[in-house]
Every structure is written in C-alpha cells, then in structure tokens.
Design a protein around this ligand. Structure first.
Ligand SMILES: [Zn+2]
Length: 231
C-alpha cells in the first residue's frame, strides 16, 4: 500500500472510530436516562404527603362533627327530660340547638368535600404508582438490552483503536503529522480525485498533480489543502 493509500485507510479507521464512539455515547445516554422514573418516584412521595394531610383533615373534621352532634344530644336530652321549666331557658336551648344544627350541616358539607379530596388523591397516587412501575420495568429492560450492546461497542472500539495504532506506526511520521493537522481543521484529511476534481472542494486538480497522487506521493489539493487519493 502506498502512502496516500495508507492515509486513506487511516481515515476510514478514524471515521469508523467516530461512528462507534457516537454509537457508544447514544447507548450510554439511554442507559443513564432515568429522569422520568426519578420524577415519578418523587411525585409518589409528594402525593403520599398530600394524602396524609387530607386524611388528617378529614379525621379532624369528623371529630369536630361528633363534638357538635354530642352537644345537640345533650341539649335534646335536657329538653325531653323536661327538667327545664323556665320558658326563657327553653327558648335559649332551642336556639342553641338550631345554631348547632346549622354548624353541623356546614361541617357535613366540609367533610364531604374532604372525603372526595382524599379519594381524588388516592386515585392520582394509584395512577402515579402504576406509571412508576411501568417506567421502572422499561428502565430495567433497557439495562438488559443496552448493557450487552455497550460492551459490544466497547470491544469493537478497542479493536479499531488497535488497528489505528498499528497503521499509525507504519505510516511515515511526517505524513502522519500532516494528516492529523488537516484532520483537525478540515474534518476529513484525505479525499478522492474523481473526473479530475478534488472531492473535498470540487476544484479541478492539475493532471500532473493527480498523476503523482496516483503514483502514491503525498500530494495536497492546491485549493483545500487536503491529501489527494486515487485508487
Ligand atoms: Zn480540494
């Protein structure tokens, strides 16, 4: 293999390295991406707290309601026992019962609201739990399939790197340095010449130039500086 051929081969290896590295990055991104699961788990915690608060409110409201009902019972039993004879006191007691009953009615409405709030949060929490379960399963499946895929790519990458090292040692060091320098600025350092044109910049290459390149000399395009390669 002549010098230009070696550099062209080196470039193919470098392109393969780039592709494999990109593939590895994508797999690693997918493997590490558990944002949705983390979000679902923290949502579960928040809803659990909400539910506890709502249940506490419900309990308090039930106790307050029981207290009011107990008060009404006590006054009722006083009234029915006929112990109170004083009409003024009777009127007052009846007024008190009336007031208590309207408080009870309001409390009952509040309690109903709190109960439906608890039910709502319970339903939401159930949905979130199912969602988290699904996300966890998906994540585990991803680990199962992508874990081995990652190892495969890493092994392949190591092999391609070895090929590159081997070839890099064979290539003339000055030519290798030129290749590396052009690669840094141009991305691809070696380009083919087709129908007399440099495929890097599409400018016509003088015949004498491409003939030398074909013979295997290190010839760079006058326009884009890339190394010219002819099979
Ligand atoms: Zn060119």
């Amino acid at each position: 293999m002549n010098l230009a051929g070696q550099l062209y081969k080196l470039q193919q290896i470098d392109l393969e390295l780039e592709r494999k590295q990109q593939e590895l990055n994508e797999v690693e991104n997918q493997l590490g991406d558990n944002k949705a699961l983390v979000a679902a788990v923290s949502k579960i915690a928040a809803q659990k707290e909400q539910l506890e608060d709502a249940k506490r409110n419900q309990k308090n409201s039930e106790w307050e309601l029981e207290d009011l009902q107990e008060k009404v019972r006590q006054i009722d039993s006083k009234l029915y026992a006929g112990k109170t004879k004083d009409p003024k006191e009777l009127v007052n007691l009846e007024k008190e019962v009336k007031g208590l009953k309207s408080q009870i009615s309001m409390k009952e409405d509040t309690l109903l609201g709190l109960m439906s709030q608890v039910e709502e949060i319970e339903a939401e929490a159930k949905t979130t739990a199912e969602e988290a379960k699904r996300l966890k399963r998906e994540w585990e499946q991803r680990q199962e399939t992508l874990g081995p895929r990652k190892s495969e790519i890493e092994t392949a990458l190591a092999e391609v790197r070895e090929d590159r090292n081997e070839l890099a040692h064979q290539v003339d060091s000055q030519a290798f340095n030129i290749y590396e320098r052009i690669r840094l600025t141009r991305g691809q350092a070696v380009v083919k010449v087709e129908r007399g044109r440099c495929l890097g910049c599409h400018i016509t290459v003088p015949t004498s130039q491409w003939q030398k390149a074909k013979a295997g000399d290190l010839i760079q395009c006058n326009n884009c500086n890339r190394i010219l390669y002819l099979e």
